[in-house]
Design a protein around this ligand. Structure first.
Ligand SMILES: Cc1cc2nc3c(=O)[nH]c(=O)nc-3n(C[C@H](O)[C@H](O)[C@H](O)COP(=O)(O)OP(=O)(O)OC[C@H]3O[C@@H](n4cnc5c(N)ncnc54)[C@H](O)[C@@H]3O)c2cc1C
Length: 306
């Protein structure tokens, strides 16, 4: 029996109620709507189920990949031959919010728009910038997601993680090694269970107005009507990726079903039936043309899972 079959058998025997899926198509778990199946996926609903999944995998030498909302991921057409752990969003501990002294605590799978709304409901300011980012808390902390001058690192007080042996640790902001779209969690060795946010008491109407304004700006500027993974490339020092791509006349450039958005050059969209190979080929073309014309090397912001 191979390791994943053994893992499946052991998890099934240990916890009948743990949600497990084999050969699960990943296109439905990514905002790009691209990618083949995952060999094995677990969707734990509680800390106990996460611990069981991680420890059992560790016993068999299997390194899991932690999937959030798949909004910064490009999954290979062949799929992922390993084990994916995705915190469940259905009736689970991981989408709850709780008011704490000077802020909020929330589970690792909560979508950022829902987190921002929970802050709004309590009249807490600081998370307005996150209200249009379609990631989960875990993915957003890992990526130090940000927009319109705000970044997760400005409001995270601490992050609670579980390592592959099932140990839980609360990590203060200063130890999270946050920088532009980076954090200490990128190495994939710890799963983010929850985070605590330091927020200020504010005026509910003002918070709402700011969120509405930022979301209207997104609607106007971004191709939200198409599947994508947001900005394809990171912001290069001293430049804007979208402006460089636009300047090179690449809006509308297409490979198969992948296209540089006509509305926002920083987005590669799935214009219909795109494969991962289409997106990668288009990314290469864009990088080559921008480098040749401007001397700037674009680094992908989107992560490849294969
Ligand atoms: C239309 C659109 C607009 C966007 N706008 C923005 C924006 O304004 N600003 C911005 O920064 N990004 C933006 N993004 C990109 C994306 O939403 C963010 O990077 C987001 O933080 C990714 O979160 P996720 O849950 O989807 O992570 P995923 O894509 O699932 O994963 C990203 C990384 O996080 C890790 N990860 C996920 N969950 C966990 C966990 N619980 N524990 C440990 N590691 C985990 C994964 O292993 C992976 O390395 C946009 C995307 C789209 C589609």
């Amino acid at each position: 029996m191979d390791y994943l079959s053994e893992l499946y058998t052991r998890l099934r025997a240990a916890a009948l109620e743990l949600e497990l899926r084999r050969n699960e198509p990943l296109d439905r778990y990514t905002t790009f709507r691209v990618g083949g199946p995952a060999a094995l996926m677990a969707l734990p609903k509680s800390e106990g189920e996460v611990r069981l999944a991680l420890r059992t995998a560790a016993e068999l030498g299997v390194e899991p990949f932690f999937l959030g909302n798949g909004s910064n991921l490009l999954v290979a057409d062949e799929g992922y031959p390993g084990f994916i752990v995705k915190l469940s969003t259905s009736v689970s501990d991981f989408v709850q919010t709780r008011e704490v002294d000077r802020g909020l605590e929330a589970g690792g799978a909560i979508p950022l728009p829902r987190l921002a709304n929970a802050a709004l409901d309590r009249g807490l300011t600081g998370l307005e910038f996150a209200s249009g980012i379609p990631g989960s808390l875990g993915g957003a902390v890992t990526m130090n997601a940000g927009a319109y001058g705000g970044e997760l690192c400005q409001v995270v007080e601490s992050v609670t993680v579980m390592d592959r042996q099932g140990n839980v640790e609360k990590i203060p902001n200063a130890a999270c090694k946050f920088s532009y779209r980076h954090s200490a969690f990128e190495d994939g060795s710890r799963l983010i269970l929850s985070a605590r946010f330091a927020l200020q008491q504010g005026d509910r109407a003002e918070i709402k107005a700011k969120m509405d304004d930022l979301n209207a700006r997104r609607q106007e500027k971004q191709p939200l009507e198409y599947p994508s993974a947001g900005s394809t490339f990171k912001r290069p020092q001293g430049h804007f990726a979208a402006a460089l791509i636009d300047q090179c006349g690449l809006k509308g450039l297409r490979v198969g079903g992948a296209q540089v958005s006509e509305k926002h050059a920083g987005f590669i969209i799935n214009a219909g039936g795109a494969t991962c190979a289409d997106v990668l080929a288009l990314m290469d073309r864009v990088r080559e043309r921008v480098l040749a014309a401007t001397g700037v090397t674009l680094e992908p912001e989107v992560r490849l899972l294969k």
